[in-house]
Ligand binder design. Structure first.
Ligand SMILES: [Zn+2]
Length: 363
């Protein structure tokens, strides 16, 4: 059985608190030779929030999240009995891949809130030249996932926004995929994953504004904690329980299609995905949900039309490119809308523009 089909509901231990790094020494007591894998900025963040200095060897990853770098690090950490990954998605993905090569436990300590990499037993692997290669699934889940809310509160706001956009897509994409199945066919684990996705969506819609305000005020609040955990942990649990029913669908296909629009290259992954949710919703016949989401997008800085994505010229060309790419047989839009055609996606993009400009009432 492929590991991608196996239910992976979570790590061995999960701790989320302000100042949670203080638990790290006691959690490491069962190990003899820990190694840290991280990057420069993440190491600085770890050091400034650790209550006491750690005497643990530190290995710096090269930023690629490649098999080559994982092999290099595994050779340097041969005697390790646990790998501690500290950082964003690529650093954590590198640490997990290195632990798999060494066949040892791993601990993840996220320093940004852009992905659920801390929680999931898989890595997005790239070539050394930073082109995407594949997703690797690992035999072990994390021994411990440690979220220090004090550290995360000081992390970059824009990654948090991206993480929220990507997490919001979990419900909309999973719901679009599973509506094509009889709910009697879905296992209770898949249903639990869907419930978790719905809970995540509801939390993001009600708490994002307060969570961002907490970040601005540098104060840990319950809303901040809920949104941070939705993005880093619950999003990972959704994928782990839903398996192939919780995959990427229409929103990510629009994201992928944007690689053909150079003007959007600086827009973060999750921010592009957030726009893709709107296109997918129109294509699945749920335009009124788009109208409901618009105020949320506007007040929290998510793109809801071409202009807010930075596409200000050649809109017709952009519509062609996005819809042609997203409708391809090997793209994931068709998981949301089976057999989707280019014209349907183009029409959905135009409808999103019209809803954004108040020219169409979707009700
Ligand atoms: Zn994503």
């Amino acid at each position: 059985m492929r590991l991608s089909q196996v239910v992976r509901s979570g790590p061995g231990q999960y701790i989320c608190e302000a100042g949670a790094l203080r638990y790290l020494p006691e959690k490491l007591a069962v190990f003899n030779r820990p190694y840290i894998i991280t990057g420069k900025q993440s190491l600085a963040a770890l050091r400034s929030f650790m209550p006491a200095p750690l005497d643990i060897p530190v290995l710096e990853y090269d930023g690629s999240a490649s098999h080559e770098d994982m092999q290099r690090l595994a050779a340097l950490a041969q005697e390790a009995d646990v790998i501690i990954g500290v950082g964003g998605g690529r650093a954590l993905d590198t640490a997990k891949g290195t632990a798999e090569l060494l066949n040892v436990e791993y601990i993840t300590i996220p320093t940004i809130m852009g992905t659920c990499s801390a929680y999931t037993p898989l890595s997005a692997v790239y070539y050394p030249n930073h082109q995407f290669k594949l997703v690797d699934y690992y035999h072990r889940s994390a021994y411990l996932v440690l979220l220090d809310l004090s550290l995360l509160l000081a992390s970059p706001r824009n990654y948090f926004i991206g993480g929220i956009g990507d997490t919001l897509a979990k419900w909309y994409e999973a719901e679009a995929i599973t509506r094509h199945y009889n709910s009697q066919q879905l296992s209770i684990m898949v249903r639990m994953g869907l419930s978790a996705a719905k809970e995540t969506r509801d939390t993001l819609l009600s708490d994002t504004e307060a969570a961002l305000a907490a970040m601005d005020a540098v104060t840990v609040t319950p809303a901040f904690q809920r949104v941070a955990e939705a993005v880093i942990a619950v999003a990972g649990m959704v994928g782990g329980c839903c398996g192939e029913y919780g995959r990427m669908a229409g929103a990510h296909a629009i994201h992928n299609a944007m690689s053909y629009l150079p003007v959007t290259h600086d827009v973060l992954h999750g921010v592009k995905v957030a726009y893709g949710i709107l296109v997918q919703l129109v294509a699945t016949g749920d335009a009124e949900e788009v109208a409901k989401l618009m105020p949320f997008y506007k007040s929290n800085g998510f793109p809801y039309c071409f202009r807010s994505l930075g596409i200000t010229t050649d809109a017709l060309l952009a519509i062609d490119r996005l819809s042609e790419f997203a409708a391809r047989d090997d793209e994931t839009f068709r998981l949301a809308v089976p057999g989707v055609r280019t014209q349907q996606i183009a029409l959905a993009i135009r409808t999103v523009e019209e809803i954004a400009n108040g020219r169409v009432d979707p009700h």
